[in-house]
Design a protein around this ligand. Structure first.
Ligand code: ADP
Ligand code: ZN
Length: 742
């Protein structure tokens, strides 16, 4: 027997199949992780068996043998191996790098494994026991070995005990225990214990689905396909997921449910656990390595059939995947920030195609990219337009902050917001204050008139770089000096802008001294269960005001919140990203979704740009309207989905090597693609907007092409071109439609 093995080195030079002999008597199957001798010195490396055959494909006499098997269960399913093959080309990565995504990183190098413990068992008959006691007792009736006697009696009383428990009951009993084992009086067994990361919940009966919910579930279950579920906040989407998952389980299938970040969706997890119970695995980054391994193993061995997890759960080792659900599909956390920079949607689509699964993307505010696919019939659109129990979406009031400046109000709170907070507090209701802050980008805005500095050609804001003292467009590299007089109104109010959560917290405490204030942002949620703790504190009514970043915008369901305030909508409106109107609409709609989930609620949005279409449509809760206008803007500026950005970032400690690699790549590209070069919408190369990160110099090549019938061909050529490019002392990677252009 011969095995085709991918050696676990993510380097393009060894990105191919190597063949090994399977030694007589070794049990090896597809998906097994193995040790193989590799390279000239025959050093042992880890590898993955991706195929087996009776005859070798590559003749050659010096074909080596597999050295050993790393575990007796397959680490990869055949479907996962196929998926990795597709990802390799799509994301310009190596097969090894793609395969590594499919199981916990710590399994490589054996840094995590089964948690084994020992159990001691009493299995003597009464007669045997009497006999043992006699031989262990002196003629005078004293025990010969008191510790051994005590251990034996204790174990008889309990039947069996874990080694640690026995140690607690009879301290210092280790050697007595071993002596008894030697004599054959007690037995030692090895058992596998699971590091179960959650408590078991009481199972709860299902709700009766509403008509909207039933229609949605029935449509999605009627035939295998790809669906976009557009359901407003509070329409009860989670119930629909549960219904669908349950149906697939009944058919003997498994299910993958992706959520943006598990700590932010405690309610969804709770709801699933209450209904479906022990078959659920949780899979995300805040698990310990051991917990993650155990969850992985429960899935790989078929003990768990449903996984709820962050984007990496799309690689779950489940077999027969019937359905993949992506909740809050618009969230940017579905895009990986490490190479290969995959997007969970794309991978889910590839996996659904391989496994014949149904795909469900769901959101109250679908991404422009997904919605256009629904419009074009690539996804089937399913709508849930109504909130449960006849509740209305809350009223949204827009406050023009330019008026506040004129009135001399320099605080973060407009008169309207101040009054609404006071009122909510006096009625003993809860308030959520929301600030969106992303990255360390700052844009420049006039506080007098709301004028914002944009790039002349890119439909994105210019970013202020204090190190260069200049404004810069991250999309085309153009720079401009920073002025302080506004070209629009002539007043000296042109400043870089950005409001943070701490600032809001400080001012809230000053303005509302009696209120109990909680803050939820990156700083206050570093600990493992920090989210959960803040969430529960607020839910229990231990605080009046919750201040937070986008973290608090989604998924949470607090009945007593009557007012949501968006302190600075401009924070998200002018981030240097063509998606900023979309992100703003999304955020406003999602935060509004937190208000009035029981009684009617109210939303106040503060902004210097009340006339911006994203804000205007969010005020009316008009997704269709927003989508139509946004598509107009994207079409006019030829932005995605009408085009695609490919960004290559070159990075390394050696400045010359990085620069040289980038220049070589760019020059080679120009030669190689001379026939289509003038059809490119953008070709730019040079230093990256942020020149250095963690001591690494960064250069970039940015390419923008039209999303048309020739795109697939271009992609193929690009893959072939980059596949042969290798640089010393410089790493580089590709990203498609990057989330951040720093
Ligand atoms: P969405 O995700 O669409 O914003 P959720 O799924 O969070 O909405 O549902 C909101 C609340 O309504 C949840 O607490 C849920 O348990 C409850 N709920 C959902 N469907 C029903 C139903 N058919 N009957 C009663 N309560 C329901
Ligand atoms: Zn530009």
């Amino acid at each position: 027997m011969f095995a085709k093995v991918i050696v676990d080195i993510a380097h393009s030079e060894v990105d191919r199949v190597f063949e090994y002999v399977v030694p007589e008597g070794m049990r090896v199957d597809i998906g097994f992780r193995v040790h193989v001798p590799f390279g000239r010195g025959g050093i042992l490396r880890e590898g993955y068996v991706i195929a087996l055959s009776q005859t070798p494909e590559y003749s050659g006499d010096n074909i080596k043998s597999i050295h050993g098997v790393l575990s007796d269960i397959a680490a990869l399913t055949p479907e996962q191996i196929k998926l990795a093959g597709i990802m390799r080309r799509y994301y310009h990565t190596t097969l090894a790098a793609a395969l590594r995504l499919m199981f916990p990183a710590e399994m490589r190098g054996g840094r995590v494994g089964d948690k084994l413990s020992h159990e001691l068992v009493f299995s003597l008959s009464d007669a045997q026991y009497e006999n043992a006691i006699q031989t262990m007792t002196t003629a005078k009736g004293q025990p010969k070995a008191p510790k051994q006697m005590e251990v034996l009696k204790t174990l008889k009383a309990y039947g069996k005990l874990k080694a640690e428990t026995l140690d607690e009951l009879v301290p210092g009993s280790a050697s007595a225990r071993d002596a008894l084992i030697k004599k054959g009086l007690i037995e030692k067994r090895t058992v596998e214990t699971l590091r179960n990361p959650r408590k078991s919940a009481d199972l709860q009966a299902d709700y009766n689905l509403t008509e909207d919910q039933r229609n949605a579930a029935d449509t999605i279950l009627s035939k295998t396909g790809k669906y976009l579920l557009h359901g407003v906040t509070g329409s009860g989407k989670t119930e629909v997921y549960i219904h669908i998952v349950r149906d697939f389980l009944k058919r003997g299938k498994s299910a993958i449910v992706l959520v943006p970040e598990i700590s932010l969706t405690p309610q969804l997890v709770e709801m699933f656990e209450r209904r479906i119970g022990q078959e659920i695995a949780l899979y995300h980054s805040t698990l310990t390595a051991g917990e993650r391994y155990d969850e992985w193993k429960r899935m790989a061995t078929g003990r768990a059939k449903v996984v709820i997890g962050a984007r990496s759960a799309v690689f779950a080792p489940l077999k027969d995947v019937g359905v993949i659900i992506i909740d809050e599909e618009h969230e940017s956390s579905y895009k990986s920030d490490m190479h290969p920079k995959y997007t969970a949607h794309e991978v889910a689509r590839m996996r659904a195609n391989i496994e014949g699964s149904t795909l469900v993307l769901a959101s109250a505010t679908p991404s422009v990219e997904s919605y256009i696919k629904a419009k074009n019939g690539i996804y089937t659109l399913v709508k849930m337009p109504n909130r449960l129990f006849g509740l209305k979406l809350p009223d949204v009031e827009i406050v023009d902050m330019r008026d506040e400046v004129v009135k001399g109000n320099k605080t973060l709170f407009s008169a309207a917001l101040h009054e609404a907070i006071s009122e909510a507090l006096s009625e003993r209701k809860q308030v959520m204050l929301f600030i969106n802050r992303r990255g360390y980008s700052t844009f420049v805005m006039c506080r007098g008139c709301g004028y914002v500095e944009y790039c002349d050609s890119c439909e994105v804001t210019m970013t202020y770089h204090s190190s260069r003292g200049k404004l810069m467009c991250h999309y085309c590299g153009r720079t401009r000096p920073l002025k302080d007089i506004c070209p629009e109104c002539g007043k000296p109010y042109l400043k870089h802008y950005g409001v943070g959560t701490q600032q809001v917290e400080e001012q809230t405490k000053v303005h509302f001294p009696g209120a109990r204030v909680l803050r939820m942002d990156l700083d206050t949620t570093r600990g493992k269960n920090a989210h959960q703790a803040i969430y529960e504190q607020f839910k229990s009514g231990a605080a009046d005001i919750l201040i937070g970043t986008q973290m608090i915008a989604k998924g949470l369901d607090f009945e007593r919140v009557s007012l949501v305030g968006v302190v600075a909508a401009d924070n998200s409106l002018y981030i240097p990203d063509y998606r900023s109107p979309e992100k703003t609409f999304e955020l406003l709609e999602q935060v509004a979704g937190r208000a009035g989930r029981k009684d009617p609620g109210k939303v106040i949005v503060q902004t210097y740009s009340p006339e911006h279409y994203a804000i205007e449509y969010a005020r009316k809760h008009d997704f269709e309207g927003f989508f139509t206008e946004e598509m107009g803007v994207r079409r006019a500026a030829l932005l995605p989905p009408y085009s695609v950005f490919f960004r290559f970032v070159f990075a390394g400690k050696n400045e010359d090597a990085v620069k040289q690699a980038c220049l070589d790549f760019a020059q080679g590209f120009k030669n190689e693609f001379s026939d289509v070069f003038d059809k490119l919408l953008l070709f730019d190369f040079g230093e990256a907007p942020v020149k250095k990160i963690q001591g690494q110099t960064r250069w970039q090549v940015l390419i923008k092409v039209l999303n048309d019938a020739e795109l697939a061909q271009f992609r193929k050529r690009l893959y072939i071109y980059t596949d042969t490019k290798r640089y010393k002392n410089c790493a580089y990677g590709m990203e498609i439609n990057p989330l951040s252009m720093i």
